[in-house]
Design a binder for this molecule. Structure first.
Ligand code: PLP
Length: 380
């Protein structure tokens, strides 16, 4: 189906931060398949994990114990300070899981039509539940959507408080730590902390979507850690498999025990292959301190961007946290991703005028300089 406007490049090989197309042309991948291949393409340890596990056992179903799944759950819960994990295959599925947790949490409190507060300009995926939580633009043509979402402006605590004065059936707040598709919108310091406080005061589940921002991208394991909070529910996916499909919904305290046998599941979710790869990914991220590299390289990127392109008249604002980077231009620039391809650079444009980059976590200063020199030319 024609669900994508594909760009004129067909890649046949990748290594580290580079890709090659079928004409032999080399590109810098500053997008990572949208925050997925953080450890770079064809990482030898990941390739080996895929090879070894596929030779041993790929799938049995969740009717049986899966050792690698239990190990990954333990590891990821330790890093996120969560109690339990449910594994699935994508970000949208992780979000669906969180929505089911919130609805059941409400039903168990005898709330017939539980509401979830979500954010304007947010993005949570394309399945009907996740789409219902997503900002309105992506919803056009798909009504009626799932009931029970109340939308408020992002980074606005008062708007949340107002809703809670008007409704007594709200059970959860679902939001991204940083809005990714929405244009790399970074909330004020302390915003997430205030949201957490509101959740505590009103017995709401604080549900944070880290699908794009999680797993070292912003310089910490999870972006909400910049605000030193502990959510009740976290969604991750993308970078966890470095390209092998995997997602997870993590939960803490009573939220971790809401889903019970028979209430949720997935055929493929958490199989031997994807969880073995997930373990390898986390191991590499830990051993090579990818969060530290993302922090350092993010600072270098920010300084260099400000220095080289910050003064251009066409540049409105440069925003980043670690290696989650947005350059907002004054004018629409949707064709810039294609222009960048001509120069051997892979970027993306979101919201019509925001150049988005989610470069590999393994990137170094020379490679950042190469990216910026291309950006310098194409923005002009
Ligand atoms: N949540 C966020 C914040 C995302 O950025 C995305 C995808 O871009 C999703 C959820 C959906 O993930 P997936 O495409 O794996 O379903």
């Amino acid at each position: 189906m024609k669900t994508y406007n594909r760009k004129p490049a067909s890649f046949v090989k990748g290594e580290g931060i580079y890709l090659w197309d079928d004409q032999g042309k080399q590109y810098i991948d500053a997008l990572c398949g949208l925050a997925v291949t953080g450890l770079g393409h064809a990482h030898p340890t990941i390739s080996n994990a895929i090879k070894e596990q596929s030779k041993t056992l790929i799938h049995t179903s969740n009717a049986f114990h899966i050792k690698t799944q239990a190990e990954l759950a333990e590891k990821i819960c330790l890093l996120s300070e969560m109690d339990k994990a449910f594994f699935c295959n994508s970000g949208a599925e992780a979000v669906e899981t969180s929505i089911k947790i919130a609805k059941k949490y409400g039903n168990e409190k005898n709330i017939n039509n539980p509401k979830i507060i979500v954010m304007e300009n947010g993005f949570h995926g394309r399945t009907i539940g996740a789409l219902s939580a997503t900002g309105e633009k992506a919803q056009v043509g798909f009504h009626p959507l799932l009931d029970g979402f109340i939308r408020v402006p992002y980074n606005n605590v008062k708007a949340v408080e107002k809703i809670l004065l008007e409704h007594n059936d709200v059970v959860a707040i679902l939001l991204e730590s940083i809005q990714g598709e929405g244009g790399i919108i970074i909330p004020d310091n302390g915003y997430l902390k205030k949201i957490r406080k509101i959740c505590d005061k009103n017995n709401l589940l604080c549900m944070i979507d880290e699908v794009q921002s999680g797993l070292c991208r912003t310089g910490k394991w999870f972006a909400f850690q910049h605000d030193q909070i502990n959510p009740d529910v976290i969604m991750i996916a993308k970078a966890l498999g470095n390209g092998v499909p995997i997602g997870a919904c993590l939960a803490k305290n009573s939220a971790a025990d809401i889903l019970t046998p028979g209430t949720h599941g997935s055929t493929f979710g958490g199989n031997f292959l994807s969880t073995r790869v997930g373990l390898a990914v986390i191991d590499i991220m830990e051993k090579q301190s990818m969060n530290e590299n993302a922090k350092k390289m993010g600072e270098y990127f920010q300084n260099k961007l400000n220095e080289k392109i910050g003064n251009k008249k066409s540049v409105k604002e440069i925003r980043n946290r670690g290696l989650m980077i947005g350059i907002e231009l004054v004018d629409e620039c949707i064709n810039l991703a294609e222009t960048a391809l001509e120069y051997g650079l892979i970027i993306n444009v979101t919201k019509g005028n925001v150049i988005r980059m989610l470069p590999p976590l393994i990137i170094n200063k020379t490679q950042i300089d190469d990216i910026i020199s291309i950006l310098d030319k194409i923005i002009d």
